[in-house]
Design a protein around this ligand. Structure first.
Ligand code: PHE
Length: 375
């Protein structure tokens, strides 16, 4: 007969001895207390509360105990784990508070420090003005055409019916890059274009009629920079060549333009003038968009914009001279055309009460910024 089984004492299970549980608990508490930052605490947490931590393993042993021993062992391990979790949560809160306090100091922004003011720029009002005018014509089906600013004298003058002795060719008006007496021996020099009209000739040579083009661009004349002149300025040119175009089409187009830009009740008037490349030619005025002509003869209501004249001079226009059509290979018996051109700086001056042209060329953002991103 075999000897009776030795009675089973749960306390004898190594992992569940109270001293052992207490030791595991104290070890965990010590590890948490020693963790100096949240990363270290995370490591200690895995080691002391994770699925393979000694206390978790001890907990698993309880299941193997006889029923009468389970309650006591469960209480022992449960209390130890409770204490460990509480200590963990406490230390976690402490370390998070420390981190938050540190971050607040380290990442603090001193909003009272002076800063470098880099003001945002804006597109130049000359650019937006040119685009605004060009858009009126693009919406009517016109095409934008461009030409070079350094231009053959032939395009700038000869093709446009300027005679060789025309005063505009003289040195005091035109910047010559290479004089007509230059090394090439032929009679055409190279100039900085004095107007956008040479693009008319280029557009006609490039295309078969009908031609409808609008040409915005920079032009040059030998003027001193002062309040009302600048040697570099901008023009916008319009050219239409088709069968049966008349002065009435020109007038209607001008009226449409000023209505689009200045309001539905605007109109234009034409005064006879002379340009070599148009015949007949006219100076075009638009009704003053501020006083609508009411300041004329009315000293009680003076108008600064038109100097109480009722009209504002805009630019030149006319029917394309048949000589220009011929020079550009277009049959004047079949086609006719109209053209006009005007300065953007002048339009910007009266439209926005800019009193000094130098403001437009000096590049000071305090001038451009108020125009913002107006398109
Ligand atoms: N090119 C002319 C100027 O600069 C303006 C103009 C353009 C006149 C087209 C008639 C036709 O003054």
């Amino acid at each position: 007969m075999s000897a009776p089984n030795k009675s089973y004492d749960p306390v004898e299970v190594e992992a569940l001895k109270p001293e052992e549980i207490e030791r595991l608990r104290d070890e965990a508490l010590a590890a948490f207390a020693a963790a100096g930052d949240l990363d270290a605490l995370q490591e200690a947490k895995v080691a002391h509360t994770g699925g393979t931590s000694p206390l978790a393993l001890a907990n698993r042993e309880i299941g193997a105990l006889p029923p009468h021993a389970k309650a006591a062992a469960g209480k022992l391990v449960g209390q130890a784990r409770g204490a460990v979790n509480k200590a963990l949560a406490g230390r976690q809160a402490e370390l998070e508070a420390e981190r938050d306090a540190r971050v607040l100091v380290e990442e603090a922004v001193d909003v009272t420090l002076p800063y470098d003011l880099v003001p945002p720029g804006a597109r130049h009002p000359l650019t937006t003005m040119m685009e605004r005018v060009a858009d009126v014509f693009v919406s009517m089906g016109y095409e934008i055409a461009e030409g070079p600013e350094v231009e053959a004298e032939w395009f700038n003058f000869d093709a446009l019916n300027f005679t060789p002795d025309h005063p505009a060719r003289q040195m005091q008006d035109t910047f010559f890059v290479q004089g007509p007496e230059g090394t090439t021996g032929d009679e055409s020099g190279v100039v900085l274009r004095t107007h956008t009209s040479p693009v008319q000739a280029r557009a006609l040579l490039d295309r078969e009629p009908p031609v409808y083009v609008v040409c915005p661009g920079r032009v040059y004349r030998t003027d001193e920079l002062d309040a009302t002149h600048t040697p570099v300025f901008h023009q916008i040119e319009l050219l239409a060549v088709d069968e049966g175009l008349t002065m009435a089409d020109l007038k209607g187009t001008l009226d449409h333009m000023v209505r689009s830009l200045f309001g539905a009740d605007m109109k234009t008037r034409l005064r006879p003038n002379y340009f070599p490349f148009t015949e007949p030619s006219a100076e075009m005025d638009m009704l003053c968009y501020v006083c609508k002509g009411e300041s004329v003869g009315n000293p009680d209501r003076p108008c600064r914009t038109c100097s109480s004249e009722g009209w504002i001079e805009l630019g030149g226009c006319g029917m394309v001279n048949p000589r220009v059509l011929t020079a550009c290979g277009v049959d004047p018996e079949k086609y006719s055309g109209f053209a006009f051109g005007f300065g953007i700086e002048r339009m910007l001056m009266f439209r926005h009460n800019v009193e000094d042209m130098r403001d437009m060329v000096e590049g000071d953002v305090r001038f451009t910024r108020p125009f913002g991103m107006e398109i």
